[in-house]
Design a protein around this ligand. Structure first.
Ligand SMILES: [Zn+2]
Ligand SMILES: [Zn+2]
Length: 291
């Protein structure tokens, strides 16, 4: 079978709803990512971007793409203290940043705050982990001089969020499913997602073809949802289903009403929050209470 893009070389892999040769695959992947960075103005003049580097393939590729695009970047890694997982992810992150010649900053939850996400009782580890990441990924990069935070969320991750929000009736949450999430508060950094129009499997293939570390992002505590398999199943019958849907999700987001967050300062740490005590400080208090 011939490559559907160059029509010369033999096609050896499938991606973007096409059978492609390796060279065309790599070229199209980069073009898609650079298109997102440019079309949605992810990076502007004077921006310093903190890339949330988990050590998984998506964050590794996001960092590499932003660096190659010419953005002023540094890597930020959080060691969450998950046994048999977090220390390995930290070393992959440190090695990869060094190889790329990018500065890296690491926060160890256990060393700096005295707890691990697995120590939090009374709340599911995944929601606690989400709260910890949201907090640190904003506060630490901002204190280090970042103007934006980039994450490795890919198109399939975002489509999965979209479908879950739709079925649970949390329509307003779809407002955040955009490649460039602007700031709603002077102390909250805008979030950008350079992999907004490339999927999980395409990112894995890109990482393999270009010799990047491909440790799966999957945390041992995460549950398997099955949504991505369903999305790919539809794409097998409807060409370009995912990219068409993600572009609609982005347009739909603009029509979603704001949540009308009333911002206040956390009475413990002073960070912006909608509550009296922010989610991070509440978690810390809960861990301390168990000591
Ligand atoms: Zn080709
Ligand atoms: Zn707080």
């Amino acid at each position: 079978m011939r490559c559907e893009a160059c029509r010369r070389a033999r096609a050896s892999l499938r991606g973007f709803s096409m059978d492609l040769c390796e060279d065309c695959f790599i070229r199209i992947y980069r073009r898609r990512v650079f298109h997102v960075i440019k079309a949605y103005s992810l990076v502007g003049r004077g921006d310093r971007v903190a890339v949330a580097l988990s050590g998984g393939k998506d964050s590794v590729v996001a960092l590499k793409m932003l660096k190659e695009y010419g953005a002023d970047v540094f890597a930020y890694h959080i060691n969450l203290g998950i046994p048999g997982y977090s220390d390995e992810m930290e070393s992959i992150s440190r090695e990869f940043a060094a190889e790329l010649g990018v500065e890296i900053h690491v926060t160890s939850l256990r060393e700096e705050y005295g707890f691990r996400v697995v120590d939090i009782e009374g709340r599911k580890a995944c929601s606690a982990c989400g709260a910890v990441k949201r907090y640190l990924m904003n506060r630490v990069p901002r204190e280090l001089g970042a103007t934006k935070v980039a994450t490795g969320h890919n198109m399939d991750d975002i489509l999965e969020f979209f479908l879950k929000n739709l079925l649970s009736g949390n329509y307003a949450w779809n407002r955040k499913l955009v490649p460039h999430n602007p700031s709603e508060h002077p102390l909250v950094l805008p979030r950008i997602r350079p992999l907004f129009e490339v999927g999980e499997r395409e990112t894995l293939a890109y990482a393999l073809l270009t010799d990047l570390p491909v440790r799966a992002d999957r945390c041992p505590l995460a549950k398997f949802s099955g949504w991505k398999e369903i999305i790919y199943e539809i794409e097998r019958k409807k060409k370009n289903f995912r990219v068409q849907l993600i572009r609609s999700v982005r347009e739909l987001a603009a029509h979603m009403p704001g949540e009308g967050t009333v911002w206040r300062e956390c009475t413990v740490c002073g960070e912006p929050t909608s509550r009296e005590v922010c989610a991070f400080c509440s978690l810390r208090a809960r861990v301390d209470a168990h000591d």
